[in-house]
Write a protein that binds this ligand. Structure first.
Ligand SMILES: [Zn+2]
Ligand SMILES: [Zn+2]
Length: 736
């Protein structure tokens, strides 16, 4: 770059960039996207060079230093970051910072380890001519080394083959392999036995979908598809086909899945087909993620699979972005920058000429409406692969049932079906989206409900560990024996969680083998795998779980699913409550009857007439979407309007209230001018979390621009309030 004034984005929630002087001695090595250290008030910050600035260089402070030798971000990344900052009202520097994994920013390189490489062509020739009976260990080792031309860590190799030292040394002496010392990190998925799999014959329905996508890929046009396929319709094969086409043209792909679905099984499915997959899992170490990032950037791997941040993966010549389960909330980042990966994918596709596939059995209303408007091309897959029927779903009206069994948990109907299924030796699954044994503890005398000291949220009692846990901040306390308010009252337990369901099921059917699957029981290495193996081997009769089991897992033997309480998610004070409920029920129901035997689903509810339950029972997404869109339209909620939420929080509630009232006063005239509806301030549904009092204002507008103007005003007038923080969330997915 030329010496002179340059624009630098610093990692602060400010939309504008700042200008600095690029001195002549650094100019030669400076490029847009490069990180620089700059003075900012009394501090030094690490920012990103955006480009030249038209400010007068004489008035600017010089940058302190260049941080990297090569830019970590490309021009397209800078453009994307600017769009994101504008759309979700956050700082460009914040977005750029979020685009890079922590390990890359810190330059984490992993440990120095010995890596084994094949010597070519000697190694390949030797393997081909290997005497059939001689030293099989050496042969197997050599085969593995040849399969990883980029080199394989010696430790990994020896562990996979359960050998030590000598066979490898012999191979080296024979001149078939060489050793080098490199910075490498353990590949957590390397231990998986990957068998190469072939693409199966596609069904006519899948073929139709892949043909449409193939055409868009050929045209290299930034087209978006909404792949609406019922559970079990084989959406993944459609993704795999599209990825295969991308790779064969030398392009790369990103696959985003919800964090919860990023299991070794999912990864295996992609890896066994293509091999060059980088898995960007949050459980990886920083060094490991940094390595994956570098390999993608260098083009050594061309497919990235991961949760929402994978949308920023540095893929060369990006041909395709797939978002599986696109309706999931986890694609929206909950802290700054609060982007939605689904929209970012579409922005990135536009910049880089890539195809986007959004896949779901229950598309978000945003995507559904976009397809109706023609912004996305809708592909429907209505049939299950192998022709299996969708399981019949029955609603059990709990108002007319006399609950039976321990804790009055089961309707007689569900209890009988469970018993019958057990007698037939078939597997059942019970679903409840609440963890713990009891979800609240109430004083019998004064009615006080035991809440978290820091959060004003009822604490959940876990019987196995005999403690109370706050699901918001993770605080745990010993179980009190008496009411802490009146000091005399006896405590009674209210509300049930999966631990309770487990215990009630064991008492109802003592001979049944019951297993609970939730974040408690799957903690620890291999726990997840052990449970799934047990279920597959049919060593379990009844599975009890939270939404963890509803997501994409395949248990072909399950023939009965019981939803303990379908109303729990309907009661949440959020305009998306019905959508969530429909999605959850559809997903749970999708677990049944995936094998040879038909399944059935029983849903216990006190509001069987609710349209979300009624349409879910008929497997009728379109009818649900129609009813829900009608409601959203009349109320001005997304996808028909934009929403923003300003949450003010602080330790001193009086200050928070005063700041919120002042903000409302400042915003009211701008809101009126721009046709923005302004609601509140009011205490947020979660009004006290982690010792912070929270009040919010909600802004609603048909046009994004109107909202932008209001948010700008919000930022301008808010800098002064002391002891009160403001968080702005544009198009939030949760209103709590
Ligand atoms: Zn009491
Ligand atoms: Zn708490």
């Amino acid at each position: 770059m030329k010496a002179g004034a340059i624009e630098v984005a610093v990692p602060l929630p400010l939309q504008k960039a700042f200008s600095y002087l690029l001195p002549a001695e650094l100019a030669g090595e400076a490029h847009p996207g490069l990180r620089v250290r700059v003075p900012f008030g009394p501090r030094q910050l690490i920012g990103f060079i955006l480009g030249p600035s038209d400010m007068d260089p004489a008035k600017l402070k010089p940058i302190s230093a260049l941080v990297d030798s090569d830019p970590l971000l490309r021009a397209a990344d800078l453009q994307l970051a600017q769009r994101i900052a504008q759309r979700w009202f956050c700082g460009v520097g914040e977005v750029l910072t979020a685009m890079l994994p922590a390990g890359v920013k810190r330059g984490a390189r992993g440990r120095l380890t010995t890596v084994v490489h094949p010597v070519l062509p000697a190694a390949a020739d030797a393997l081909a001519d290997w005497p059939s009976k001689a030293s099989t260990k050496q042969r197997e080792l050599l085969r593995s080394v040849l399969e990883t031309p980029a080199g394989i860590p010696r430790q990994t190799l020896e562990r996979n083959h359960q050998v030590s030292g000598s066979p490898l040394e012999t191979l080296r002496k024979k001149g078939l392999v060489t050793f080098s010392r490199e910075h490498r990190v353990e590949d957590v998925f390397a231990a998986l036995e990957i068998e190469c799999s072939q693409a199966p014959e596609l069904t006519p329905q899948q073929r139709k979908a892949t043909d449409a996508i193939a055409e868009a890929l050929r045209e290299r046009s930034a087209r978006g598809f909404l792949l609406h396929g019922v559970t079990g319709s084989g959406k993944t094969e459609v993704y795999l086909d599209a990825i295969g086409r991308c790779l064969s043209e030398g392009r790369g792909a990103i696959v985003m899945v919800p964090e919860i679905a990023l299991t070794p099984q999912t990864v295996e499915r992609f890896e066994s087909r293509f091999g060059t997959v980088a898995v960007l899992h949050s459980h990886l170490t920083d060094a490991d993620r940094a390595r994956q990032w570098r390999e993608l950037r260098e083009g050594r791997r061309r497919i990235a699979i991961g949760p929402r941040s994978a949308v920023f993966a540095p893929i060369r010549d990006l041909g395709l972005i797939v978002i599986d389960e696109e309706h999931e909330n986890t694609f929206k980042q909950q802290n700054a920058p609060r982007y939605h990966a689904r929209e970012v994918a579409q922005m990135r596709a536009e910049l880089e000429g890539s195809v986007v596939i959004l896949g779901s059995a229950t598309p978000s209303l945003e995507s559904w409406e976009a397809a109706r408007r023609g912004d996305l091309t809708l592909i429907s897959m209505r049939d299950r692969v192998g022709g299996g029927e969708m399981p019949p779903v029955s609603r059990i009206d709990m108002r007319s049932q006399r609950p039976t069994g321990p804790g009055g948990l089961f309707s007689p109907l569900l209890a009988n079906l469970l018993r019958r299924n057990l007698e037939r030796g078939e597997q059942s699954l019970l679903f409840l989206n609440r963890r713990g044994f009891r979800t609240a503890l109430r004083c019998k005398d004064c009615g006080y409900i035991k809440r978290c000291r820091d959060c004003d949220v009822a604490m959940t009692w876990y019987r196995e560990r005999d403690h109370l846990l706050c699901h918001h901040c993770g605080r745990s306390e010993p179980t009190p024996r008496q009411c802490s308010e009146c000091r005399t009252g006896e405590l009674i337990f209210r509300g049930v969680g999966t631990e309770f369901v487990e215990s009630a099921t064991r008492r109802l059917l003592p001979e049944a083998r019951v297993r609970r699957i939730d974040s408690e029981t799957t903690r620890g290495r291999g726990a997840h795998e052990r449970l799934f193996t047990e279920i597959k081997r049919r060593e379990v009769d009844i599975i009890i779980g939270t939404q963890m089991i509803a997501k994409g897992l395949d248990f072909p033997e399950i023939t009965l699913i019981g939803v303990i309480n379908a109303d729990s998610s309907l009661g949440i004070p959020d305009f998306r409550a019905a959508e969530r409920t429909f999605q959850l029920l559809t997903q749970v129901a999708g677990r049944a009857g995936r094998g040879a035997r038909p399944g059935q689903v029983m849903v216990q509810t006190y509001t069987p007439e609710h349209y979300a339950l009624e349409t879910a029972a008929r497997h009728d997404y379109e009818a649900f979407a129609e009813a829900e869109l009608e409601y959203r339209r009349s109320a001005g909620y997304p996808p028909f309007g934009h929403l923003a939420r300003a949450v003010l929080q602080g330790e001193d509630e009086a200050k928070v209230i005063a700041a919120a009232a002042k903000l409302r006063q400042e915003l009211a005239p701008v809101a009126l001018e721009n046709g923005v509806g302004l609601l509140g301030p009011a205490p947020a549904p979660l009004s006290f979390i982690k010792r912070l009092h929270r009040h919010h204002l909600v802004m609603r507008c048909g046009r994004q621009e109107g909202l932008d103007r209001l948010l700008q005003r919000c930022a301008d007038c808010f800098r002064s309030a002391r002891g009160v923080q403001i968080l702005v969330d544009v198009d939030p997915v949760a209103m709590m």
